[in-house]
Design a protein around this ligand. Structure first.
Ligand code: HEM
Ligand code: CA
Ligand code: CA
Length: 394
């Protein structure tokens, strides 16, 4: 009797899980090649599911037999690169966000355009991404040791985890076993990545549709306590806010002067056209975009602001200093300062400003959630050998 109940319960749970899995399949397959692939393998999916006893499709020790040194290789490589190029840490964190936010953590953002598809990298919010060269380098190290085993999506998630720690953020562990996509999503990236001109309700809606609460959204934005922002993304706030010809009245006046001196007036900010809904890219020449990832931003046409403000508040204030600046109306982008626009989000800004440990705990949870969002696992997806090239299906 007991056996009968638990057996049917198990069957019930399994069928829900399998059904859910298949719904997910349909949601994620944007491309007919991938759809073909899925229909050929869907039987395999259900068998695979019955054998999978773990709750999450990702696993603790996924490469234990196939590539036991994977995490060590990634950690060592990133540590070396970081010494010569500390800007790699924020660049990877942003790269992970842009990958995971668009159709999940599947390394779709890394794929080059070819005859059959455009590239997500060409979507305007992605034009200023950096660190792709470093993922390619680490992946080639992994290929030397365990060819064809470690996915680009896992490489990016694990390298980002190291980057957070190297940049003074909290340490966390990740489950692994992500697979790489067969397609890229340029149009979705263009439409869905939040703009630096977005209002709070727009920002919260984008994150909510991916299952992130307002609190989780506020905690993730703490990543804006490191790295850089091109002047282009907030210039309108300095010279021509909402077409008024005046600065954003919300902006701290001392900070306004500081920003103006680093981002002198340029014609594009005075243009009467309203801010586009998606982030407009800084006008980096193509050669710069493709080859100069490692060069300092001084070499670029557009000026930049250092978001860490020389590690204001101490090196260990990763995160918290961002919220303290928001309390002083010193958010750099309009979207940053918007976190003060509702009581709920303001409450979390205050909490994280005054309690770095609370921030670290919540940031870890949100980063793990972001790094595991909508992953391809099991027979879905592939393990690319070169992160910028999808492998042919057969
Ligand atoms: C409302 C949501 C967000 C908007 C509008 C936004 C927008 C931007 C923009 C415009 C930049 C400047 C890029 C450049 O000038 O090259 C930037 C930088 C950055 N963003 Fe975000 N972002 C958002 C959320 C996030 C999240 C959730 C994370 C990570 C968890 C993140 C991590 C970063 C990092 C680390 C940088 C610095 C990049 C570097 O120095 O290379 N952002 N963001
Ligand atoms: Ca993706
Ligand atoms: Ca997906």
């Amino acid at each position: 009797m007991n056996f009968f109940i638990s057996a049917s319960l198990a069957f019930f749970v399994l069928s829900i899980y399998t059904a859910h899995y298949i719904v997910e399949l349909h949601k994620t397959t944007k491309d007919s090649a991938e759809r073909d692939f899925v229909s050929k393998t869907s039987l395999y999916v259900s068998i695979e599911e019955e054998e999978d006893v773990s709750y999450s499709p990702l696993q603790q020790d996924y490469y234990r037999d196939s590539c036991p040194s994977a995490e060590r290789i990634i950690r060592k490589a990133l540590k070396e690169i970081y010494k010569a190029r500390p800007s790699i840490a924020p660049s990877l964190i942003r790269l992970l966000f842009h990958d995971c936010f668009i159709e999940g953590c599947d390394a779709s953002v890394l794929v080059d355009a070819d005859e059959s598809q455009t590239s997500e990298k060409e979507a305007p919010p992605n034009l200023s991404l950096k660190g792709l060269d470093v993922i390619a380098f680490i992946k080639s190290e992994l290929e030397n040791t365990c060819p064809g085993v470690v996915s680009c999506a896992d490489t990016l998630a694990l390298a980002t985890k190291e980057a957070v720690s190297l940049a003074g953020g909290p340490k966390y562990s990740l489950r692994i076993g992500r697979k790489d996509s067969l397609v890229t999503f340029k149009d979705i990236a263009q439409r869905e990545l939040p703009s630096p001109h977005a209002t709070l309700s727009e920002i919260l809606a984008r994150f909510a549709s991916r299952g992130f609460s307002p609190q989780e959204t506020v905690s993730l934005l703490g990543a804006h306590s490191i790295g850089i922002t091109h002047c282009t993304f907030f210039q309108d706030r300095l010279y021509n806010f909402s077409g008024t010809g005046k600065p954003d009245p919300e902006l701290n006046t001392g900070f306004l002067q500081e920003l103006k001196s680093k981002c002198p007036f340029s014609a594009s900010a005075s243009s009467p056209s309203p801010c586009p809904d998606t982030a407009s890219a800084p006008s980096l020449p193509a050669s710069d975009y493709h080859t100069n990832y490692g060069l300092s931003s001084e070499n670029q046409i557009d000026g930049t602001i250092d978001l860490s403000f020389n590690n204001e508040g101490g090196y260990l204030n990763f995160g918290s200093r961002y919220y303290r600046r928001l309390l002083q109306n010193k958010g750099v982008m309009f979207s940053d300062q918007q976190l003060m626009a509702s009581e709920e989000t303001e409450t979390w800004v205050r909490a994280y400003a005054s309690d770095p440990l609370l921030f670290q705990r919540d940031f870890i949870k949100s980063m793990v959630k972001l790094s595991s969002y909508h992953v391809l696992t099991g027979p879905l997806g592939q393990v690319r050998t070169n992160c910028s090239k999808v492998l042919p299906l057969n």
